[in-house]
Design a protein around this ligand. Sequence first.
Ligand code: WT7
Length: 666
Amino acid sequence: MPDDPIGAPAEDGAIEELLREERSFPPPESFRSQALVSDRHLYDEADQDWEGFWAAQAAQLEWMEPWKSVCEWELPFAKWFTGGKLNVSANCLDRQVAAGIGKRVAYYWEGEPGDRRTITYGELLEEVERFAGVLYSLGVRKGDRVAIYMPMIPELPVAMLACARIGAAHSVVFGGFSADALSGRINDAEAKVLVTADGGWRRGAVVPLKANVDLALDQTPSIQHTVVVQRVGEKANPGGGLVPMREGRDHWYHDLMSPSPARRGPEPMDSEDLLYLLYTSGTTAKPKGIMHTTGGYLTQVTYTHRYVFDLHPETDVYWCAADIGWVTGHSYIVYGPLANGATSVIYEGTPDYPDKDRWWEIVERYKVSILYAAPTAIRTFMKWGTSYPEGRDLSSLRLLGSVGEPINPEAWVWYWQVIGGGRCPVVDTWWQTETGGIMISPLPGVTTCKPGSATFPLPGMGAEVVDDQGKKVERGGGYLTLTRPWPGMLRGIYGDPERYRETYWSRFPGRYFAGDGAKVDEDGYLWLLGRIDDVMNVSGHRVSTTEVESALVDHPSVAEAAVVGMNDPLTGQAVIAFVTPKAGASRDSAHGEVLRQHVVEKIGPIARPKAIIFTDDLPKTRSGKIMRRLLRDVAEGRHLGDTTTLADPAVVEEIRERAMQSPAEE
Ligand code: WT7
């Protein structure tokens, strides 16, 4: 694999020097003096009275009826703020308008082609009230599920909030997923309505969302209606004209929204009513529908968004550069920021379109003060060198965040120095789709950081590293576990309570097992080491090895496949596939490309194997289990460990030769 020279630092070697000399980074003094938290009081409050602490956070929200108990915990099932009633859209919108900030900007939206919209809280409320009326008129009721498959346009948060208003759970499917992935998720949730768009823009090309929808809906009996936002127009249809609409099933968003539909007010919801489902990859081929409920979830995302990002809603301009199709966008573009009355930026496209300056142009235009991004993006910018932020005014930035995978110290220091100018704390935030919100992170103003460490559990959270036996590790490596329930925790896997217990609560009794390796250093700092299960992390997104293997063997030419994640300097991990073709099937690089494309069709572009290595055999134990560890060693060019349990040790040698000769690489 090519040796990618990333991280070519600032010419003068300043970053190497920082890495060498300075092992830890206290919050800059200029930041500390204005910070929301400048001593340890939040930690102390949570330590002294844990339930009281969470009750105080929940009390920041507006409740229609007060809760009776803070937390009911019957391992592994938690209920938070039971008896309480509230509505998430009312907390995000009506409450802000009633408080007199209806004219504040909720979203500065920027499309990839350069079109822009500014949407105030008042305008967002009106749009959501009306779209809730539209959904209602299409038969959506409290307790139903609505699927959403959209690009990053304002109608996406509108659709989510409209569902929350009615009390229907949304299931957002990332716009990069394929028709197959979409239909699987729709069927698991038995969604009644799908909200989508004709297409979206990505690197100047159209993502054909409606065409994918048409394929997916051939297999989804539960869908009665679709609502289609016209984002792209005629360019979305290679056949000419607008995208085809099916009579009786498909409706244009703009038609349903005018003349003005009857507005709908917020439905009072139980604290434990389902707010949304979000599907994530596990160790089997079938994605898990992670369930998040109402009161606890909103409490956690509101609290964490405020304190982790040191949010001053009157003055900050906050930009989370994730896609709303992932949990990061749910919690930190939609629900947390709106519940806090923040002003956010939403950008539709990629950082390199129309040129590599796009992000910094956006920061300059909107005077972004808080930027939340993924390590893979940061490493990409490092690769482009300093000429891109150069010439742009980034002086509005005062806080930087990172999420999705471990951030390597070089990237951390580059972010701090080149983007933050040394005056912005960097918060490395560890959490998961399952946790709903941030769990482990520095508290800006308080925590002294070490580049590459997510530091400590936030006030109210409990995290510990344990060994194989489940014993707490004081210093050294092990498995990351969470020791107590938390308000935003997943309430289960949709339709499969047993899988929930088995996946998260069976490995270490009494503890939630996150699936990550971690270590504790001599000062008690936590360092995340990546997944220890068969789940890869590609650009901060979870991809299951089994899911990619199933997609490969689904192709008629493939007999068997084994997939491993290989360390990749840019994306964290890259997907590498070892494929045994059926007799007579082609094994040239053109066929490798066919198989890669097949994976894209089954799952989506994030799962596309970087390399496909054809082999007559896979290394197996005598009991027939594929030894992925050896394949990972082969992919990464490492010395092979113990091969004595192999049925046929010669197989690895053969694979190794093939991997060196002709990987069908992109
Ligand atoms: C997995 C969760 C949370 C939103 C994005 C991903 C990895 C996440 C960090 C971090 C080290 C991290 C873990 C985790 N991860 N943040 N700051 N440092 N690793 O959500 O798809 O549910 O993935 O992402 O491995 O288990 P997700």
